[in-house]
Write a protein that binds this ligand. Sequence first.
Ligand SMILES: NC(=O)c1ccc[n+]([C@@H]2O[C@H](COP(=O)([O-])OP(=O)(O)OC[C@H]3O[C@@H](n4cnc5c(N)ncnc54)[C@H](OP(=O)(O)O)[C@@H]3O)[C@@H](O)[C@H]2O)c1
Length: 336
Amino acid sequence: MEYIASQDRYDNMKYNRCGRSGIKLPAISLGLWHNFGSIDVYNNSRNILLSAFDNGITHFDLANNYGPDPGSAEETLGRIMKNELKPYRDELIISSKAGYYMWPGPYGEWGSKKNLVASLNQSLKRMGLEYVDIFYHHRPDPETPLEETMGALDLIVRQGKALYIGLSNYSAEQTKKAVAILNDLGTPCLIHQPRYNIFDRWVENGLLDVLEKNGIGCISFSPLAQGLLTNRYLNTIPENSRMAKPHGFLQKEAFTAEKKKAITGLHELAQKRGQSLAQMSLAWILKDKRITSVLIGASSVEQLQNNLRTLDNLNFTAEELKLIDKLSEPVIQNSK
Ligand SMILES: NC(=O)c1ccc[n+]([C@@H]2O[C@H](COP(=O)([O-])OP(=O)(O)OC[C@H]3O[C@@H](n4cnc5c(N)ncnc54)[C@H](OP(=O)(O)O)[C@@H]3O)[C@@H](O)[C@H]2O)c1
């Protein structure tokens, strides 16, 4: 059956301006790191993505290596673009990235011009797109001169293969240096993508200030700490959860008794607020006006729908914020 997007898809989403740019992003964006690979059930991936778009999520985030197999999440997106979302291309902000290992030899990762240009060409092919809206350097490269990496991002925009560029996992200091080079080149940085959630707060120690000062947006990845900040692990480790899966991105060893205690306390507070723990955790990030969007993952349409209802209550009392700090304090990570 032909897919027709919901008529009221723009009625309930909130759109935030990305720094001082012309672009607005949905307060909630969807990432395709997990659950969109060749090992996943295609119809489930498709339903999550279309349900997101039907609810005003206009931004899908990818990277060259998302899968598994690496590259297959881009292929899944390409298939959905071809079959369902092609008429809606101009309503979408699609991002990809390069920087992590993708192919063997000296050019398959990090930050050389060779890696970035070749990788984006591959990504465009896999997604069947003429251009991405945002292209990120995925992680800083300690060996390649920053001028070369930023020069490659500038080139890619001038070639029309990306409309905007972004940085991910750069520290405050690295961001400052990169932004200065990009401004000189005439291709300003649109957005930064760091990890940020109740448990992981390193961005508060300088990065968010650098972004605000330079008019750069911020989209926080793993806002639910890969599922820890949800009701997923309140009792046991469910069989189909990320922690139970063999790829090891969310390790059982990281699920300490201290973390479990913090999660239980936060869950109780969320319930008092009439929210799920996932909703409270996303709202907690969005309370900071420097945050443009939270970049969630979801393994089912139900999870996505639950997360969308975050927008019903984004407010916190001072007491609630204090309690969140107290409950999470023993497990907070403050450095990168
Ligand atoms: N730039 C980078 O270096 C980088 C790194 C990591 C991620 N990212 C981006 O950020 C995106 C999101 O990362 P993430 O997947 O780690 O985000 P996350 O939102 O912190 O975690 C998503 C996981 O949480 C669980 N979940 C989500 N909503 C739930 C709900 N309402 N109730 C119960 N469980 C729920 C699901 O786990 P189960 O699968 O167990 O059901 C889901 O897969 C990625 O797709 C990617 O685009 C970027």
